[in-house]
Design a protein around this ligand. Structure first.
Ligand SMILES: *Cc1c(COP(=O)(O)O)cnc(C)c1O
Length: 387
């Protein structure tokens, strides 16, 4: 009797194994640009969201070192108590200015940001409208909010229009990835915003994969479309293209001030170290100044897409750094990943529940630090695996 619960977890793990869904972490021993050392071997990786290659940028490393010397390495308390430093304050001002909004609020990571922001904006009696391919933390935020949740098929504006017209909810919030994390496509943000205007709803976009990469000087997907509206709540993360850690939400001052008052994941968590905020301030400068990184990334995307034409797998239409190659079954995706690994490449197989059933895929993530030769190496290995 007493060991029954342990047996249950054993069985549950065995089921994962049988379905090809058991996940394994790898221990990265060293890193050099897009190359990672694992088990003593160097692999060329296409799995990082460090799209601009900033995580090892000398200016950012120097900023972190200087700030650690000045402030130490921990914030010590919630930002609501003493964990909000002059570096955090300046960072928020600079983030707001960078995306052209009145105010910004910095969170220690993107997951807690969304889990805090959505329930701050809506609650019982309200409604959330969520794209079917949204990231897990938007979905979890919607669930925590206790608002009614309406999922609409990916990008289906007509269905969303009907749902918004039919609801009797008090406050209405549409939530969407701006760049979809597993498909790489860009949400129709102008059309979403127009629907929100028509139906008196708010729109929150999560630009985890667009910030730094898309729009003039990398100012993100809202800037790419030239959008600004009091209805638009812009959220982005800072551990991907920005190369560090954290996330922020930006918008009109009253909305951001309200989130500050209500987001539990902000209030009841220790703030990010001031060192991280200082490093992000250095990152913002590099993002704006080093446009050649976005240009390099664009060239690699075009090179990869041209080179993949004619292979037996479906390449989804994507202009972003995320290039998904749909393989189908979990077993085939894992096998292809293993074949590439034998060729010295690390391209992650993404399986359900991260993506819908039977759409297991290789998620090829490109970065400005990949060279033309790196992408040629990947293309040659895929061609060999296909033949
Ligand atoms: C990665 C990601 C997050 C989570 O951000 P973290 O800073 O990694 O916690 C949120 N939303 C989307 C769309 C993401 O891809």
């Amino acid at each position: 009797m007493t060991d029954a619960p342990l047996q249950t977890f054993d069985d549950a793990l065995a089921e994962l194994d049988a379905a090809g869904l058991r996940r394994q972490r790898r221990v990265v021993e060293a890193i050099d640009g897009p190359r990672l050392q694992i088990g003593g071997c160097w692999l060329l990786s296409f799995c990082s969201n460090d799209y601009l290659g900033l995580s090892q940028h000398p200016a950012l490393v120097a900023a972190a070192q200087a700030a650690a010397g000045r402030y130490g390495v921990g914030a010590g308390a919630s930002p609501m108590v003493s964990g909000h430093s002059i570096e955090h304050e300046r960072l928020e001002e600079e983030l707001a200015a960078f995306v052209g909004r009145e105010q910004a609020l910095y969170f220690y990571a993107g997951y807690p940001a969304n889990v805090g922001i959505v329930p701050a904006l809506v609650g019982r009696g309200d409604a959330v409208f969520s794209d079917a391919l949204n990231h897990a933390c938007l979905i979890d935020g919607a669930r925590l909010s206790r608002a009614e949740i309406h999922a609409y098929p990916h990008g289906d504006l007509a269905t969303l229009d009907g749902l918004l017209a039919a609801t009797t909810a008090q406050r209405k919030l549409v939530i969407s990835d701006a760049v979809f994390s597993m498909d790489g496509d860009i949400a129709p943000v102008p059309e979403l915003l127009a629907l929100c205007e028509r139906h008196d709803a708010y729109l929150m976009v999560d630009d985890a994969h667009g910030f730094g990469v898309i729009g003039p000087e990398g100012r993100g997907t809202a800037a790419h479309f030239g959008l600004a509206s009091p209805r638009l709540i812009y959220m982005a993360t800072l551990g991907k293209a920005a190369g560090v850690a954290g996330a922020f939400v930006a918008g009109d001052a009253p909305v951001i001030e309200w989130i500050l008052q209500r987001a539990r994941s902000y209030m009841f968590a220790t703030g990010a170290p001031a060192m991280v905020a200082a490093t992000l301030r250095a990152s913002l400068k590099v993002i704006a100044a080093e446009g050649w990184r976005r240009e390099q990334l664009r060239q690699r995307i075009a090179q990869l897409r041209a080179g993949l034409a004619g292979l037996p797998w479906t390449l989804l239409p994507s202009d972003t750094a995320i290039q998904p190659l749909i393989v189908g079954s979990n077993a085939c995706a894992l096998q292809l990943m293993a074949q590439l690994q034998q060729a010295g490449l690390w391209v992650p197989a993404i399986r359900p529940p991260t993506v819908p059933a039977n759409t297991a895929r290789l998620r090829i993530a490109l970065s400005a630090v990949h060279t033309q030769a790196d992408v040629d190496t990947l293309l040659a290995a895929l061609q060999a695996a296909a033949s």
